[in-house]
Design a protein around this ligand. Structure first.
Ligand code: GDG
Length: 737
């Protein structure tokens, strides 16, 4: 039975040591909840680090740890203290975290922690490879494991892999600064499905893939070698019912059942009808905009003094990554700011900020959420922000106002919140006032919409949607339906061709018989190629035809001495054996002078593009241009040209990063068919790498052996990897037919 393997940095377990015994608690965080059904289903397992380093797992507790992990349907990746220091605290949190959150000045790239990051990713990949079986699916989570999908795909190309990034993916301009940008993208592209919280992160990722790796992207699908990779956004939700139901229970609590915190909150709120509480909860992280929030609150108290002694900001800051200097500095800054503001505004009966620097039990969290009139969530960057969603879920009476930063991924789905720019204190202060004065009816209206959406798209739904998409990617995983050439197909071809009365072999020149060079005028056939072709031609039942977009002069120069058939200019001219060149169609070329200037304006406006002029065609190439701009311009050019060529026999053909204008009366396919009509061939073999060869593949008789060189969408029946393999194939035909 196939299974799903979940992979994250930490296992969903908290293991602590009590003397020679261990204590194990299940995590109750968002991810653990979202993954619950995936994990519990069938033989599902979760792979990750236990939270205890090898140095901490001594013989006394080793077997207990192993047993507890197995019992929880998990497999552990063993890490040493050094691994954790460099891979997690070092590379993940001091390089990737700031980079992906636009804190470029905080990223401290050093080669050693990169090496450890790689080696720890390898340890994760090894455990996965060890556990994975045919038909399984793997779902890898987050920025600590960006290289894992690539490593697993390399070892097990047959396995379907998903990856979800919980933090933002930065814009190309940020991402491009990173020394190992290529390696990170290639690692991520081991996955068949990549998920992000928002469409913007998805867009940024695709932009980097296009610009850095120069891969083709079409409707969120990346063509990557033989594979098609899907990218999509899946905004993570919360366990809505858990928050809603616990809040409801708390509201029904009798006085003596209430927590100490709730009693204190009630006392404070009970001091007057107009007493209001504003809440913020976050890890103490520089991305969460904590100093901005405190300063904006200070500005609010100054601008609207009528709220002094009536409003209190309750700030829960959870200690996080305390060994990293930026976090230590943030802690001092926060302490100082809170101290200064409390010192400045406090009265004997009022302190404006209650600041907790610790974690709180879940029930206290609910007390805070349900007691606060306003949630003031102001990150400067945040992948999603679940706190904002949790606040909404606990508002069982549909009162309360959420103020949320536009920079949080959650803002995309929470339009009914008061959205603010966390750098605009004026707006933040005014929104706070607006929230405090908002009529109850409006609060209810807004909450109603927010709650409806959150309750529907909860974390379980999020997990299920991702898994559904992952299953679907299995079916679209291949770029081309063509079959990869293998020995069995080759044997079949040899047999058919060998026993045929006469076979026509249509061979493209550039990119098929000879490799591409920077200077196309020198792409002449080499001695070895002539030997192969001559040997093929010496078989009585084989006729060779070179079919090329080259001019007849080029083909005459290279193959004029031979008695092969030659087709030049994409099918305009043909030479049969030793006969003279003949024009297949009388073509007018006056249009070239008219359309050339149009193309020139596009070249001027689109750096990196160029015009290729042939005797009977014009082409605008944009392979070397900025991919996004070029794609846009290609659409524009196509529109402009379409009006130019109406009422002519010209056509515009979209190739691989090229637009070509040529007569629709000729193409390689028609030329090939014309040869077939003149002689009695019973087998046809055609091979080419170019999009113009697609005309051959399409127009030749259906049972022809058509082969595409390279991995692209094709009408050919088979594909072969590269030009070296073409040589091997033709050599084998020449020697063994
Ligand atoms: C990353 C991304 C993305 C907080 N304090 C306590 C406590 N919490 C819980 C909250 C909430 C969670 O921690 C925090 O989640 P966030 O989403 O707000 O932020 P990050 O930790 O930075 O998470 C973020 C998320 O991944 C998921 O993809 O949304 O953008 O940065 O659930 O309730 N829980 C308890 N005590 C606390 O003191 N029990």
């Amino acid at each position: 039975m196939s299974k799903t393997i979940i992979v994250s940095n930490r296992l969903p377990l908290q293991i602590s040591r009590e003397g020679s015994e261990i204590e194990v608690k299940q995590s109750v965080g968002g991810l653990a909840t979202g993954m619950k059904s995936v994990h519990q289903d069938g033989n599902g397992i979760w792979i990750g680090w236990s939270g205890l380093t090898d140095e901490e797992i001594d013989v006394e507790i080793e077997s207990q740890v192993d047993e507890a992990i197995k019992k929880a349907k998990c497999e552990q990746v063993r890490l040493m203290q050094e691994d954790v220091d460099k891979y997690y605290l070092g590379f993940s949190n001091r390089v990737l975290w700031p980079l992906f959150h636009y804190f470029l000045e905080f990223t401290e790239f050093d080669h050693y922690s990169w090496q450890v990051y790689e080696s720890v990713n390898r340890k994760f990949a090894d455990v996965i490879i060890d556990q994975v079986e045919e038909g399984d699916m793997v779902w890898v989570h987050d920025y600590q494991l960006l290289l894992v999908p690539g490593m697993v795909k390399e070892a097990r190309p047959d396995i379907t892999i998903g990856f979800f990034l919980h933090i933002p993916f930065p814009s190309y301009e940020i991402f491009r600064t990173f020394p190992k940008r290529r390696e990170l993208l290639e690692g991520m592209l081991g996955a068949d499905l990549l998920g992000f919280h928002t469409y913007d992160y998805e867009r940024h990722f695709l932009s980097s893939v296009k610009r850095i790796l120069r891969k083709d992207v079409n409707f969120s699908k990346i063509t990557y070698g033989e594979r098609l990779i899907k990218v999509d956004s899946f905004p993570m939700g919360i366990d809505y019912d858990k928050f809603y139901n616990t809040a409801k229970e708390h509201q029904e609590q009798k006085e003596k059942e209430k927590s100490e915190l709730q009693r204190r909150l009630d006392t404070h709120l009970g001091t007057g009808d107009d007493i209001k509480m504003v809440l913020s909860i976050d890890r103490l992280d520089y991305t969460k905009g904590i100093p901005n929030r405190i300063r904006a609150f200070e500005y609010f108290l100054e601008k609207y003094p009528q709220y002094n002694e009536k409003i209190r900001l309750i700030m829960l800051a959870v200690p996080s990554r305390t060994s990293v200097p930026q976090y230590q500095r943030l802690k001092s800054e926060t302490d100082e700011l809170v101290g200064r503001i409390n010192g400045k505004f406090s009265t004997v009966s009022w302190t404006p900020i209650w600041y907790f620097y610790r974690t709180m039990p879940f029930d206290n969290l609910i007390d805070l959420y349900t007691s606060s009139d306003v949630a003031f969530i102001t990150p400067v960057r945040d992948g999603m922000n679940l706190v904002a969603k949790e606040y909404v879920a606990t508002r069982t009476k549909r009162d309360g106002v959420l103020i949320l930063s536009e920079m949080a991924g959650a803002a995309n789905e929470m339009n009914e919140a008061l959205l603010i720019n966390p750098n605009n204190f004026e707006q933040m202060a005014d929104s706070l006032k607006q929230a405090l004065e908002m009529p109850l009816e409006e609060q209810t209206q807004r909450m109603k919409h927010l709650q409806k959406r959150l309750s529907r798209y909860n974390v379980e739904k999020w997990g299920k949607e991702f898994m559904k998409a992952l299953v679907e990617t299995r079916n679209i995983a291949k770029v081309t339906q063509a079959e990869r050439m293998n020995d069995a197909i080759m044997d079949k071809m040899m047999k058919k061709i060998g026993s045929s009365k006469k076979t026509l072999m249509l061979l493209d020149h550039d990119g098929t018989l000879v490799g591409f060079t920077d200077q196309p005028q020198y792409a002449s056939p080499d001695k070895a190629l002539y030997e192969i072709l001559d040997k093929l031609q010496s078989h009585d039942n084989l006729d060779i035809a070179i079919v090329s977009g080259r001019s007849k002069d080029d083909l005459e120069k290279w193959y004029g001495e031979k008695n092969y058939h030659l087709i030049s200019d994409h099918g305009v001219w043909m030479k049969r054996g030793n006969e003279d060149w003949q024009m297949m169609e009388q073509l007018d070329t006056d249009w070239i002078n008219e359309i050339h200037p149009v193309l020139e304006t596009f070249v001027d406006r689109t750096p990196g593009t160029f015009i290729e002029q042939k005797n009977y065609s014009l082409a605008w190439h944009y392979r070397n241009a900025d991919p996004e701009m070029a794609q846009q311009r290609a659409i524009e050019l196509n529109t402009v040209l379409t009006s130019f060529i109406s009422n002519t026999d010209l056509s515009i053909i979209e190739g691989n990063k090229v637009l070509q204008i040529k007569s629709s009366k000729v193409n390689k396919g028609r030329a090939g068919n014309s040869l077939l009509g003149q002689m009695d061939y019973d087998e046809v073999f055609a091979i080419g790498d170019d999009w113009t060869d697609e005309f051959m593949f399409e127009e030749l008789p259906k049972d022809s052996f058509t082969i595409k060189v390279g991995i692209r969408k094709t009408k050919a029946r088979y594909f072969i990897k590269d030009q070296q393999q073409v040589r091997q194939l033709l050599r084998r035909f020449a020697n063994e037919l």
